[in-house]
Design a protein around this ligand. Structure first.
Ligand code: CP
Length: 309
């Protein structure tokens, strides 16, 4: 059963298979399951991009999407996540997408449920489809990962994207550096030796990947006003001028305009922020295909790996 829980547990070949399929979907590939299949999207935390793009991906693959809203479900009567998923499985749902505020919520499901779980984000943990759509966006731009320098900048400690991306990009041969407020760095799982002053990180990198300031995950009020953060750690109009020719701007969004990035840069020529969102649909189509195909066994990812290379 092919769950998609974290990118760390995907082999390089599997990553390339998903990216290859995503690229083919972007080029118009058609794939549909042989029989009618149902999916459900369980979002216990707010979402615009992930939820909507999974739904578009599911509909494009001809899947039946079961409407599920936490606020009008029996979760409100105290039903556990496990019982909710087992219920949907019993009813005939074939794959489930879950976003949850608890880190590694999926540990209580794996091995006990018989349908694939696709992680749409767990607490401060992982967001594998965001990482994969970031990878697709970088690959489309540069045609490779090896030798690229990627700066991940901002609220790293609270980001479920930062650690996944750092791991996967390093495994694919890129050099990852970090910047932002040092107090928001995660020196338990990331190396402080890769931390750089903001201007240096921006000047040196092929990809400037900004992270949202996640006020909702901060225990106490931040040390900065929005304006102070922007001046000290944001991609200001002046800092964008330091960027290398051909380098690009990314951000998982939603964006705090004029905090992480100047308003006018969100849609500038270097920005791939809306391209990332577009790619989200194709990556999610590929992730759903991979999970649904695993219900009948078999994935030929070595062939896809050589095809993308
Ligand atoms: N990037 C992202 O996960 O956005 P949403 O929270 O809107 O899904």
């Amino acid at each position: 059963l092919n769950h998609l829980l974290t990118t760390n547990e995907l082999k390089v070949e599997e990553i390339y298979q998903i990216l290859t399929d995503a690229r083919k979907f972007a080029d118009g590939m058609k794939w549909k399951p042989e029989s009618q299949m149902f999916t459900a999207n369980l979002f216990f935390e707010p979402s615009t991009r992930t939820k909507s793009s999974f739904e578009v991906a599911e509909r494009r693959l001809g899947l039946e999407v079961i409407p599920f809203e936490v606020l009008t479900s029996s979760v409100q009567k105290g039903e556990t996540l496990y019982d909710t998923v087992k219920t949907l499985e019993s009813i005939g749902v074939n794959a489930i997408v879950i976003r949850h505020d608890q880190d590694r919520y999926f540990d209580e499901l794996v091995g006990k449920v018989n349908i694939p779980i696709i992680n749409g984000g767990d607490g401060c943990g992982h967001h594998p489809t965001q990482s994969l759509l970031d990878l697709l966006t970088i690959y489309q731009e540069f045609g490779r990962f090896a030798g690229l320098k990627i700066a991940i900048i901002g609220d790293i400690r609270h980001s479920r994207v930062a650690r996944s991306n750092a791991d996967v990009l390093t495994r694919l041969g890129a050099e990852v550096i970090y910047s932002g407020p040092e107090d928001w760095f995660d020196n338990r799982s990331l190396s402080l030796s890769r931390f750089r002053p903001i201007d240096e990180a921006i000047r040196e990198s092929d990809v400037v990947m900004l992270l949202r300031v996640q006020h909702e995950r901060h225990q106490q009020k931040g040390n900065f006003t929005a304006n102070e953060y922007h001046k000290q750690y944001g991609l200001t109009i002046e800092r964008e001028k330091l960027m290398k020719p051909g380098s690009i701007i990314m951000h998982p969004a939603p964006v705090n305009r004029n905090v992480e990035i100047a308003d006018s840069l969100v849609e500038c020529g270097r920005s791939r922020i809306f391209k990332q969102m577009e790619n989200g649909v194709f990556v999610r189509m590929a992730a759903l295909k991979r999970s649904l195909e695993s219900l009948k066994g078999g994935n030929n990812y070595e062939a896809a790996y050589s095809e993308l290379k």
